[in-house]
Design a protein around this ligand. Structure first.
Ligand SMILES: Cc1ncc(COP(=O)(O)O)c(C=O)c1O
Length: 381
């Protein structure tokens, strides 16, 4: 077999993730490797934790990245919080909330589903009602920004209801973190996970997580050890924070697994860029570019899958495929003729919507203008 270096084509990544990566983040990937037990590597871990506390708006000590994509973060949260027989109310309004439900059941939990149409935000009334009917529920789980439909739910209100009923919250912020406000402490969220490849604009493969003290108490009170060795949050914390009582600058870090150092350089740089810009400015930029795109699409006669503007994820636009238009052909032309990648619909929305991301570094007026003109040309054909 003849082998050669692999050079990927240049793509404008405007799908549901991964998103474009800033040149500073790409350059960070090429920095010299140190080991996961190098003292300078420990500084890297501490700085990533502090940057994530800023991005999650939390003082939670147990805030770090799981070595694995968003799905690993999801499973870390479920595996640590859910024991066999635990009742978990899962608000299901799309593909990813369905995946949480499946994980809960695989970990022996009993899922009580609060069902919502694919394209609508989770209804707080329905959650309240389910919790009245299930006073023994331990956890409420929901997806803040449902990437499969483009819907943003009201995380603050859902968390308030959950807490009033004595439940912990398990929240997916894979697509929301960095693009819209996520206020872990102010909203009282308990276990929260995200992904590196959406609005944080780092390469895929890392999942930021944060656990509140209340959640850690519940983990400590488990009757059975966490089934997953790899995703045991306390064992991971013994590496990321150091094992008590030595925690602090010279904490005794306990080996758990060999963390992917170059990816950590990359997320450190991406989070530093976000810190430099300021979270509020990043949220405003995502909203402004959403408005630009929406105005352009509506001028072309295209419509959104999510009816209410208030329920839309600003940076993940779900557009109805117009009648008589071949969804796959349009996406292929955009990719092959213009180098633009957009997303297809998932599950029941396959062939019915396009998913257009304007996330992180890719949330830029240049991308809006380029995409609109390419789409106009393709549709005219
Ligand atoms: C809301 C949501 N949750 C979880 C995931 C899973 O993340 P990953 O593909 O990084 O495992 C995704 C991925 O798109 C997502 O959008």
């Amino acid at each position: 077999m003849r082998t050669a270096s692999f050079y990927p084509p240049f793509r404008v990544l405007m799908g549901p993730g991964p998103t474009e990566v800033h040149p500073r983040v790409l350059a960070a990937l090429a920095r010299p490797l140190v080991s996961h037990f190098d003292p300078t590597g420990f500084r890297l871990l501490d700085e990533i934790r502090a940057l994530l506390q800023y991005v999650f708006q939390t003082r939670n000590e147990v805030t770090f990245v799981v070595s694995g994509p968003g799905t690993a973060g999801m499973e870390a949260c479920v595996a640590n919080l859910v024991e066999p027989g635990d009742k978990v109310v899962v608000c299901q309004n799309g593909f990813f909330s369905g995946r949480i439900r499946e994980m809960v059941e695989r970990h022996g939990g009993v899922a009580v589903v609060v069902e919502e149409e694919w394209g609508r935000a989770v209804d707080p009334e329905k959650l309240e009602d389910a919790l009245r009917r299930h006073p023994d529920a331990k956890v409420v789980a929901f997806v803040h920004a449902e990437t499969s439909t483009g819907v943003l739910s009201d995380a603050a209100t859902l968390a308030e209801i959950a807490r009033r009923h004595g439940c912990l919250t398990l929240v997916d912020t894979v697509t929301s973190l960095g693009g819209v406000p996520v206020k872990v402490d102010e909203w009282g969220l308990d276990v929260v996970y995200s992904g590196s490849q959406k609005c944080l604009s780092a390469p895929p493969g890392l999942s930021p997580v944060t656990f509140s003290e209340r959640a850690l108490d519940a983990v400590r009170r488990r009757k059975m050890p966490v089934v997953s060795f790899f995703l045991d949050i306390q064992a991971l914390a013994d590496y990321w924070l150091g094992k008590p009582p030595a925690a602090g600058a010279n904490a005794a870090r306990v080996y758990h697994h060999t963390v992917p150092i170059p990816l950590l350089y990359a997320i450190h740089e991406a989070l530093t860029l976000l810190r430099e810009e300021g979270l509020e400015n990043a949220w405003a930029r995502h909203r402004a570019n959403h408005s630009r795109l929406r105005d352009g699409l509506e001028a072309m006669g295209l419509t959104y899958w999510v009816r209410s503007e208030a329920d839309r994820i600003p940076h993940l636009n779900t557009i109805r495929v117009p009648d008589g238009v071949d969804d796959a052909w349009v996406r292929r032309r955009l990719l092959e003729d213009f180098g633009i990648e957009i997303g297809a619909g998932l599950g029941p929305l396959a062939g019915r919507i396009w998913r257009v991301g304007l996330m992180g570094y890719g949330s830029h007026p240049r991308n809006v203008a380029y995409f609109l003109s390419a789409l106009r040309e393709v549709l005219a054909r």
